[in-house]
Design a protein around this ligand. Sequence first.
Ligand code: COA
Length: 174
Amino acid sequence: MFETERLRLRELRQSDLSLVLEMFNNYEFQENGGVDYTVPRGDNFIEGWAGWAKSCLFFAIIEEKESSKFLGFIALKISVTKNRDAEFTIGIIASEWGQGFGTEASRWLIGYGFRGLNLHRISLTVAATNDRAVAVYRKVGFVEEGRKRAAMWSQGKWVDHIMMGILEKEFLLA
Ligand SMILES: CC(C)(COP(=O)(O)OP(=O)(O)OC[C@H]1O[C@@H](n2cnc3c(N)ncnc32)[C@H](O)[C@@H]1OP(=O)(O)O)[C@@H](O)C(=O)NCCC(=O)NCCS
């Protein structure tokens, strides 16, 4: 439905669910994504995840335009409608990291979030050790707004959560 230079952002289909499960059944993906315990995930997980996807204001599967290869997903979820503040989430399959896909999809969705969906702010929480995600978020305009100290147990130690956000007025000025 939506396209960027290399990507197509389209609706979730039943046939995507096995690919999504495969994406989550990767140690680094789960550990960085910080869902909960990093454990093998099966049918219960994917059912819950599909329910979450349905509850989002915006949800899209990311695929490569040329090959239609599944690359991941991207979403915005609103909890309190009045505030027009959406929580941003993205996941790219580990084998495709580092090719700029995360940046390309994020940049597009931030633009659409403000111009198309009339959001006031876009927010997210990321583990301080998730260098790749933090790099993407800073690149597309998110700024650090605060830290929740020792919020997440990861690989034998407590890790901070970084709260980041981007405001409509900052985006429109940029
Ligand atoms: C976060 C994620 C979406 C990024 O996707 P991606 O397609 O790999 O991102 P890009 O290729 O666009 O950009 C990665 C950037 O991280 C940088 N990077 C990679 N490893 C890094 C490291 N160890 N330290 C700092 N920066 C790093 C790259 O240099 C690149 O920036 P550049 O283009 O300026 O060089 C992807 O890694 C992912 O799905 N991770 C698992 C799930 C997750 O963490 N989701 C976010 C939860 S908050």
